[in-house]
Structures are given as C-alpha cells and as structure tokens.
Design a protein. Structure first.
Length: 319
C-alpha cells in the first residue's frame, strides 16, 4: 500500500468517525466499477468537507514535510537552532498585560519572592513598574524563582541583577558575530536590595537568561543556588525567514559569565543540592518549599557568600 493510499483510507475512516460522511454495510464481494466510482466521489466529497470545515490537509502535510526536512538540516549545523511557525494561526494572541514578573510575599518572616515567567522586552517595563513596591520593602530575605521562564532577552536578566548588585558590576558579556564583537553587560544603578540574603532556585531545565542570572549572582557571591544541575545553554539567536510560514532561529552569538566563561557547555552546580523527599505530596513544589525553609531557618546569610566559588570550568566550546 502506498503512503498516498494509506493516507486516503485514514482520512476516509476519520470522516466516518467525525460524521462527515456515512457508509452502509458492504458485502465481501469485490465492488464493481460504479461502486468504486461512488466510493471515489465519497472520498473527494469528504476531503472537500474537511478542507472547508476543519483544515487544509494538503497544506498541513506540505508544511510538515518542509519543517521536518529543514529542521534536520539545520540541526546538523546548529544544534541549538529552533523552528518557529509564523504562518496563519487561529490561536488567540497573548495579551500584553500578562505578567512576566511578579513580586510576592511568602508566609515566612517577610521573605520576598520574585517570580519570573519570561525574559522578554516587555518584562523590563513590568519590572520598572514594580520598583516602587520593591523599594518600600525591607525583606529579611529574597527568593528568586525563574524556573520555566521563557524568552531569550538577556537585557531583562540584567535588569533583575541590578536590583541586587552594586552599580557598575559586570554581570557577563555577549559575544556576537561569530566572535568579532564582544559586548560587556554591567549594572547601571544602585541596588534596591543591597544586603538581603538571596536564594535562586535552579533545576535541570534552567537555561538561557535564567541560568545566566543565577551564575552571575553566584559568581559575585550575592546569592546561593538551591536545586539541581542546570542545562548549560546560553546563546544569542537571530531570525532567518525561510518561507511565509516558517522562520529559523539561528545561533549567531554566545553568552559568557563575568569571568569570560562560556555559559554553553558549563552547567551550574547548586550550592545546596535538593531533591524531592520520598513522602513528597503530589502537586507540591518541593524545591520552592526547600528554598523558603533555608531562608526561614537562617541557613542562608550574607556572610555565607564568602565561601562561594564558581563551579563551572572553561571549555573549548565555540560557535
């Protein structure tokens, strides 16, 4: 059976299940020519109904072939490249008022929680809107949680670092244009919380700006990392449109920590490793609770930062 025949039969079966077309009982004898013509017309009618009512099947199939083929070719050259679908979409757009960063109080001794959902340009505007609230607080400790944060805006991570690090502190650098240009990133303001103990939660899926922020705070002995080993990926990507519907995000630069160590290939090791207990309840954020416990019990202090050392080692990774 050819792929086309198989696809047609699958579509016809789907149409029957959807109720688009109906089939009566058929005998076991081979169908005659009129019956075959009727079945063909039935199939064509069903395809047209699906295209009109549900989706353009031919277009979806073609887009799938294109995306899979290009994704394989791009991955062989750039393992960090991603494919973005930029064609027509029926999904509602994300509202601009969706919070990308939140400032919350925990239930433990005035511990302030900074929850980051996404490192995007809009996040910097939202962060500035929270400054008055942040400045009015005198938190006993700060818990930063950027696990699962989307986006690749490193300047947004720099804005978060400026809340904690002295003015003029180098947070890291960006090496662009295949190493022909290096741009240093440093804080440009006085910190809002210059002395509060800080814990940053990290896990196996932490990468990009969230990982870079955690590594910079650790390097400057301003925070302790709690959780699991990170992914070790920090790249700058640029969009390359390849069709009306698809864009490839190709790696055009790399990100470094304050000591000029590449972020990619150098995962962070937590200062306080943590893993769920055997009696951990379902739907309980055990890592979040562990971070709060360390701050609540006074196990994380500013004086502790003197023993911190960067855990990553330089590698020969180059783009």
């Amino acid at each position: 059976m050819t792929p086309v025949t198989f696809t047609k039969r699958c579509v016809l079966c789907t149409l029957v299940l959807l109720g688009v077309v109906s089939c009566g009982k058929r005998n076991a004898e081979p169908p005659d020519e009129p019956a075959m013509d009727a079945e063909l017309r039935l199939f064509q009618q069903g395809i047209k109904t699906v295209q009109d009512r549900y989706v353009d099947a031919d277009r979806v199939h073609l887009e799938m072939i294109i995306s899979n083929s290009i994704r394989g070719m791009v991955a062989s050259v750039d393992p960090y490249a991603t494919m973005l679908y930029t064609g027509e979409s029926t999904d509602p757009s994300v509202p601009r008022d969706v919070p990308l960063v939140e400032l919350n109080d925990s239930d433990h001794l005035a511990i302030t929680v900074l929850k980051i959902h996404g490192f995007h340009p809009l996040m910097k505007k939202q962060l500035r809107a929270l400054e008055s609230r942040a400045r009015a607080r005198q938190p006993s400790a700060v818990l930063i949680d950027a696990r699962g944060a989307s986006g690749l805006d490193y300047s947004a991570a720099l804005e978060v670092a400026a809340w904690l690090l002295p003015r003029g502190t180098v947070v890291g650098s960006v090496v662009e244009e295949q190493g022909r240009e290096t741009r240093s990133l440093a804080t440009r303001r006085q910190p809002l919380w210059p002395a509060s103990p800080v814990v940053v939660l990290i896990d196996r899926e932490t990468f990009g700006p969230a990982e870079w922020l955690a590594g910079a705070l650790q390097f400057h002995r301003r925070a302790r990392l709690v959780g699991e080993i990170t992914r070790g990926i920090g790249v700058i990507q640029s969009p390359v449109p390849i069709s009306d519907s698809w864009t490839v995000m190709l790696t055009t630069g790399r990100v470094q920590y304050p000591n000029a160590t590449d972020q990619t290939g150098n995962p962070l090791i937590p200062d306080v490793p943590a893993e769920p207990s055997s009696d951990n309840k379902e739907n309980v954020d055990w890592l979040f609770q562990r971070g709060l416990e360390l701050l609540r019990d006074g196990l994380i202090n500013v004086s502790d930062h003197a023993v911190l050392r960067p855990h990553y080692e330089p590698t020969n990774y180059r783009l």
